[in-house]
Design a protein around this ligand. Structure first.
Ligand SMILES: Nc1nc2c(ncn2[C@@H]2O[C@H](COP(=O)(O)OP(=O)(O)OP(=O)(O)O)[C@@H](O)[C@H]2O)c(=O)[nH]1
Ligand SMILES: [Mg+2]
Length: 376
């Protein structure tokens, strides 16, 4: 970590270069009404699954809902665990367990993972299941953390257990925040009847600090246009550099450089007369699949960030010097992402593509929040 400590104390979000763009309105109009509706239903809920993003286990908590949630039977589902660093995940599980809070890292797209969550829910509802004819489980959380995806998986598991009339009913899932606009119920068991409620993602009216907001934006809980893609990308670069993460991408960089050299050599060989040149050339296959293409681009990006950071002679603790590095990295990323320097929106395009790679997990797994030190 080296020099990252001081800057992180100040807060990367509060630094000059991430502050352009005026005031940020985190709270779209519909969220106030949705929050009221959620609060009203919470009174009736027998259990709450609070979905958070594994990459930001604390920043993705809606602080205004916490007082009520902490009085309910609650399970925190740390979703999108496939995008979170598994080496740190267990520390978060220990952290929540030391707070006496049930928590489970999950992947809403994985049936076995959601099955484990259901087992925990059933265990916590054991007494109620034996007594009550109808139970209500609510799924709440900030936007885009995967509440609806989780509901669909729960519903799918339930329909394989017992015939649900509304088998075809599915919650709408989408990559942008704000997909679910209304509360909707899904029946997942008979005798007792258990209903799971999907709810719209809600943020707090004022996010306590800009860095929490930037982490939410980076993870996709806030519309990009609210904060601005460039500002989010700058913030992410600041995080990567102060953590010195790109230095772990040395092998990627070396492999890339090796491939480039081999390509150059192959081109050089062409100057020699070769019998093979007379034979009809076997058509080189287009990129095998989109996946390979994206992975290739991700490697280029990692390599560009490795070389810019490893060649950087400045002081990462100095805000102005960090800014200079980030500017150099924007140029290197533009090249790596093959965006024409003439493009008028080049910086915006770089930011968008860079964020897409991060959000798809192509730059590796991350956890952006730091585990609180319980002793202090
Ligand atoms: N990688 C990964 N993606 C996931 C996971 N769960 C959900 N997603 C994706 O995350 C995006 C948001 O999922 P939704 O289920 O619509 O999220 P939501 O919390 O209901 O969002 P709102 O309705 O806007 O509040 C979609 O693109 C999902 O496919 C997961 O465990 N891993
Ligand atoms: Mg939803």
């Amino acid at each position: 970590m080296g020099g990252a400590g001081k800057i992180l104390k100040k807060g990367l979000g509060e630094m000059g270069f991430t502050s352009g763009g005026g005031n940020i309105n985190w709270f779209p109009g519909h969220m106030a009404a949705a929050t009221r509706a959620i609060n009203a239903r919470l009174k009736l809920a027998d259990l709450v699954i609070e979905v958070r993003d594994s990459r930001i286990p604390l920043s993705s908590a809606n602080q205004d809902l916490q007082p009520r949630l902490s009085t309910k039977r609650r399970v925190i589902a740390l979703n999108k665990k496939d995008l979170a660093n598994p080496n740190i995940m267990h520390k978060w599980v220990d952290y929540f367990s030391s707070c006496k809070q049930d928590c489970l890292p999950i992947n809403a797209h994985s049936r076995s993972s959601v099955q484990k969550l259901l087992e925990l829910v059933e265990l916590k509802l054991k007494e109620k299941i034996a007594k009550e004819p109808t139970l209500l489980v609510m799924v709440v959380g900030v936007p885009n953390v995967g509440k609806s995806a989780l509901i669909n998986c729960i519903h799918q598991i339930a329909s394989s257990r017992f015939p649900v009339q509304e088998k075809k009913k599915r919650a709408k899932v989408g990559p942008l925040p704000g997909v679910t606009q209304d509360i909707a119920g899904f029946k997942i068991a008979q005798r007792p009847s258990i209903y799971v409620l999907d709810t719209p993602g809600v943020l707090v009216p004022s996010i306590p600090d800009i860095e929490t907001g930037l982490k939410l934006a980076l993870s996709g809980s806030v519309k990009d246009s609210v904060v601005g893609e460039e500002r989010i990308a700058q913030y992410f670069l600041a995080v990567l550099n102060t953590r010195q993460t790109p230095l772990h991408w040395r092998n990627v960089h070396n492999n890339n450089t090796l491939k480039e050299m081999q390509n150059e050599n192959r081109n050089d060989d062409k100057h020699d007369y070769n019998l093979k040149d007379l034979l009809p050339k076997r058509r080189t296959l287009p990129v095998a699949s989109n996946v390979h293409y994206v992975e290739g681009v991700a490697r280029e990006v990692q390599s560009a960030l490795y070389s810019t950071l490893s060649e950087f002679k400045g002081d990462l603790e100095d805000e102005n010097q960090l800014e200079i590095l980030i500017e150099e990295q924007f140029v290197a990323l533009q090249k790596a992402l093959k965006i024409s320097s003439k493009a008028t929106e080049a910086r915006m395009m770089v930011s968008k593509k860079f964020l897409t790679l991060f959000r798809a997990g192509k730059l590796g797994p991350f956890i952006l929040d730091d585990v609180p030190n319980l002793e202090s």
